[in-house]
Structure formats: C-alpha cells, structure tokens
Design a protein around this ligand. Structure first.
Ligand SMILES: NC(=O)c1ccc[n+]([C@@H]2O[C@H](COP(=O)([O-])OP(=O)(O)OC[C@H]3O[C@@H](n4cnc5c(N)ncnc54)[C@H](OP(=O)(O)O)[C@@H]3O)[C@@H](O)[C@H]2O)c1
Length: 274
C-alpha cells in the first residue's frame, strides 16, 4: 500500500460496541450523499441469506489504477492506500471464505486472513467462525509453504488441485481436495457449500481466476477500488480475457476518500438462478 497521510483516520465510533478497530472516514457519493466510515459501511453487508442453491454468494475484490492496471512493478500493494487495505480487511470480516489463485499467493505471500484479534472476535459476534476459510486453487501445488498463511497456525486452508503432490507439514491445517481431471471452479464453489457450509466467498483474484469465474457467471458482486494514479506501463489488468460475452454491472454504491474511489457493483445475470 502506498503511504496515506492518515488525515482521514478517525476514532472508531463503534469501539465500545459492535465494530472494533480504527476506521477511516469516507464520503458516500451514491446512493446518497453522506459522510460515513469504512467500518460502518461494510457492517451493512449481510451475505448469509444470499447463497445460491448450488454455490456460495461470491464477492470479487480488486484495486486498479485509472488506466486499468492491477499491478505496479508486478505487485498490487502500490496501487491503493491504507483506506483500501482497511476496505479489504473489513470485507474479510463479512465472509465465510477467502479464495485466491496460486499466482496471487506466490506474489503476495498471504498471512493469516484476519490478523487482528478484535476483528476475529467481531466475526464471532456476528455468528461467523473466527477466521474465514482460506481457499487456494493450483494445478501444480507450487505454493509458498513458508508464507505466514501456512506457518502461523491460525485459521484453516483448503487447496484444490489436480496434482497428487503432498503438501509439507504446516502449522496451519491444510486440506487438499484432489481433482485429477482438473479443477473446475463451479465444482470448487459447490464443494465449499456442500461440504463446509460456506455461504459467502470473497475472491481476491488474481486476474486469471477472476476471468475464469466471470466467464462461468460465478461472480455476484465486484468491489473495485480505483486509485487516482496512472501506472503508464504494461502490467496486469483486473481480469484475464476473453469472456464469452460482455458482462453488465450495476453500481450499488460509490465511496470516496482523498480522490480514491471505492465501488460496489452487482454483476448482472449472476443472481438469476437464486
Ligand atoms: N490489484 C489487485 O487487486 C490484485 C489482486 C490479486 C492479484 N493481483 C496481482 O495479480 C498477479 C497474479 O495474477 P495471476 O493471474 O497469475 O494470479 P491468480 O489468478 O491468482 O493465479 C493463477 C493461478 O491459479 C491457479 N489456477 C487458476 N485457475 C485454476 C484452475 N481452474 N485449476 C487449477 N488451478 C488454477 C493456477 O496455479 P498454478 O500455476 O499453481 O497451477 C494459475 O497459474 C500478481 O501480480 C498479483 O499481485 C492484483
């Protein structure tokens, strides 16, 4: 994350009640004009009842520059501010599982999905497990096993793979789900609902897995941060083409902080089977 001056940081009005932690002030521009906070805004997300009959409700989160780049020098970190990071961390408090592709795991080397104990306690107060289930997809099982997600011992991880390679011993419990004929993302989501009762998934990319999910009509909402920056170089976009059809999006809300825009789009058509 690039340095944010922090001038929009405010004491959390919910510290003593429901929503823990420092939070940042944002202006809600749509659907109505009001000053709010990231914590207050994301506390509105109630996803439990939105699962489809055959799969969880799927949120996708990305950060992009104005010229549509999802990386700067190959990393997502330089794109957004600390407000964007807070948005992501609080999105993680609202879902049953967080899914990422192996490419993102290799580059970003995730730690525990919800690192703040106060946010884990908040999850439990809102009737979620203390950590969202970590979900990884990989063909080759070439994962950074020394990353903190695997070594810190908190939470649980499920790896979907067509490989028969065994993972090393890890402090964090890892379950491998083998699909020798190839990993199908609709099957992954169906398994999560059926076998683990996962009703909502936050997918944090990257562009390859995002493209595959959109192509299959498996994304319900897109949370896209638009950073007031031009990368001006060849980098990844938020989505690997091609899609069979243009996907329509409806803008659900628009937030702003220091020129950074936080959008929430509903994907048209994705909810038809609900
Ligand atoms: N700006 C943002 O918000 C943002 C968010 C996320 C990522 N990123 C950036 O995006 C880049 C990574 O992009 P990416 O497209 O390479 O990453 P990705 O989508 O996270 O991962 C692609 C990998 O996922 C596995 N995979 C995907 N579909 C699969 C399937 N159907 N079956 C089995 N495995 C499957 C494969 O892993 P194996 O190769 O292991 O077989 C594939 O190589 C990084 O630079 C990261 O920083 C940016």
């Amino acid at each position: 994350m690039s340095a944010d001056s922090g001038t929009s940081e405010v004491a959390d009005p919910y510290r003593e009640s429901r929503i823990p932690g420092e939070t940042r002030r944002v202006r809600r521009l749509l659907p109505d004009l009001v000053t709010t906070t990231v914590a207050e805004q994301l506390a509105q997300l109630e996803l439990k009842e939105l699962a489809h009959p055959d799969r969880p409700y799927v949120l996708m989160n990305f950060a992009s520059t104005v010229d549509g780049r999802a990386t700067i020098d190959g990393r997502s970190g330089p794109i957004g501010t600390r407000t964007d990071m807070e948005m992501l961390q609080r999105l993680r408090t609202r879902v049953d599982a967080v899914m990422i592709g192996a490419g993102t795991m290799r580059i970003e080397r995730y730690g525990r999905m919800v690192s703040d104990p106060a946010l884990r306690a908040y999850r439990e107060r809102t009737l979620l497990s203390h950590d969202p289930l970590g979900v990884l997809v990989t063909r080759g099982m070439d994962l950074p096993w020394d990353a903190s997600l695997f070594t810190n011992g908190g939470g649980r991880v499920v790896v979907f793979t067509q490989s028969d390679a065994e993972p090393p011993e890890t402090a964090t419990p890892v379950t491998c789900v083998r699909r020798p004929d190839g990993v199908d993302l609709a099957d992954v989501l169906g398994w999560l609902l059926r076998e683990r009762g996962i009703r909502s998934v936050l997918c944090e990319g990257g562009p390859t897995i995002h493209g595959e999910l959109q192509a299959r009509g498996l994304v319900d909402e897109l949370f896209l941060t638009i950073a007031p920056k031009l990368a001006g170089r060849e980098e990844r976009s938020i989505l690997t083409a091609p899609l069979p059809d243009v996907v329509g999006l409806d803008l659900e809300w628009l937030l702003e902080s220091q020129g950074e825009l936080f959008t929430r789009y509903r994907v048209r058509g994705a909810e038809q089977d609900r």
